[in-house]
Design a protein around this ligand. Structure first.
Ligand SMILES: NC(=O)c1ccc[n+]([C@@H]2O[C@H](COP(=O)([O-])OP(=O)(O)OC[C@H]3O[C@@H](n4cnc5c(N)ncnc54)[C@H](OP(=O)(O)O)[C@@H]3O)[C@@H](O)[C@H]2O)c1
Length: 325
């Protein structure tokens, strides 16, 4: 049997000096939200130390229950875990409220990393409701122009103030930022360069320009939907299966290694507890193999998250986006 390094052991230093385990467990739920509790416990037992959640997922309460069990049973200490949550755009005018709600649901007194979930401002009440406001013509209701508005920068500035003025947030980052949005943010930030940009990224979605931009600015790319989400369509790529057979690991482990070996963070999810445990071997893919995985997407780019709140952000291959130039 071949002995490999473990993805769960790899850590990365962020631009603010904090250290983040690169492999994270995602907590979007397809079935019942309470199932997330057992998924988080199983993952931490298997060695994961990074959990990715969000106010929008409705799973924070169950992540909180898992954290309680993990600490009570001595599986891991709070200080050895890295917990990420995100602020949804309907909270853009008072992200502090969203963070305080998340802390309460998670049952912890600080969050390792808070992300601005999307660089837009949606219309929401004091409780961030409704999270996705649509008018009677089916159009999203924004508080700002989704293409040219700059309210998303003020939203980020409030996160900066919250980190600066409290002990409740260790690092702040962003998600779903295109190059044009990042450029404007970097010019208009108050203090902090975002530590990560969490984006959809996998071998079917080539985005070297965005990845290079982030890396050149000290921003770690954090890949979400590394398998393409529900049904794991990315695993159908023959190259992934050929490499899995060559290294005698699961296709999931190839999809994870693709990011970790190139210095990115990666978030994976499964409702199958057995699968969570068998996602952690890190095969030593060569530079040529990593390049071949990238080429899969150059030939046939596919994005699996095409939510309408992503329209106008300037991403390529965003199905239905008629707002971006
Ligand atoms: N910032 C954002 O806007 C954003 C957007 C999307 C996601 N995220 C984060 O990133 C995390 C991961 O992304 P994701 O949820 O899209 O997950 P993903 O890991 O790309 O895909 C998960 C799906 O793949 C299936 N799967 C896993 N291994 C499989 C296998 N070997 N064969 C067949 N199916 C398999 C899972 O089914 P089973 O449950 O049956 O294993 C599940 O349906 C999320 O949970 C969330 O935390 C962030």
């Amino acid at each position: 049997m071949i002995k490999y390094d473990l993805s769960t052991d790899v850590k990365i230093t962020l631009n603010d000096g904090n250290v983040m385990p690169t492999l994270g467990l995602g907590t979007v739920h397809e079935g019942d939200a309470p199932d997330v509790k057992n998924q988080v416990v199983a993952a931490v037992r298997a060695g994961y130390r990074h959990i990715d959640t969000a106010w929008y997922y409705g799973s924070e309460k169950y992540v909180g229950e898992a954290l309680k069990q993990i600490q009570e049973e001595g599986i891991a200490k709070r200080e050895d875990l890295f917990i990420t949550t995100k602020v949804w755009p309907s909270f853009h005018h008072h992200p502090e409220r969203s963070i305080d709600d998340s802390l309460k649901e998670l049952g912890i007194d600080y969050i390792d990393m808070v992300l601005q979930h999307w660089p837009i401002c949606l219309s929401g009440d004091a409780n961030g409701l409704p999270p996705t406001p649509f008018d009677n013509k089916g159009k999203l209701i924004y508080d700002d122009d989704p293409v040219n508005g700059t309210g998303y920068i003020k939203f980020y500035n409030r996160l900066e103030d919250y980190k600066f003025n409290t002990e409740k947030v260790k690092s702040i980052g962003v998600s779903n930022y295109s190059i044009s949005r990042l450029e404007l943010l970097l010019k208009n930030r108050k203090r902090y360069i975002p530590v990560v940009n969490q984006i959809e990224y996998h071998p079917q979605l080539p985005q070297k320009d965005l990845v290079n931009f982030c890396e050149n600015n000290g921003i770690i790319v954090e890949a979400y939907s590394p398998l393409g989400g529900t049904g794991a369509p990315v695993l159908r790529a023959p190259m992934i299966n050929e490499l899995a057979a060559k290294y005698q690991v699961s296709p999931n482990e190839i999809a994870i290694a693709y990011h970790i070996l190139e210095g990115r963070s990666v978030l994976i999810r499964s409702s199958n507890l057995g699968r969570i445990k068998t996602n952690i071997k890190l095969p030593p893919l060569t530079l040529e193999e990593l390049a071949s995985l990238y080429d899969v997407g150059v030939k046939r780019p596919t994005r699996y998250t095409n939510d309408p709140w992503g329209y106008g952000l300037g991403f390529k291959w965003w199905e239905g986006d008629t707002l971006s130039k």
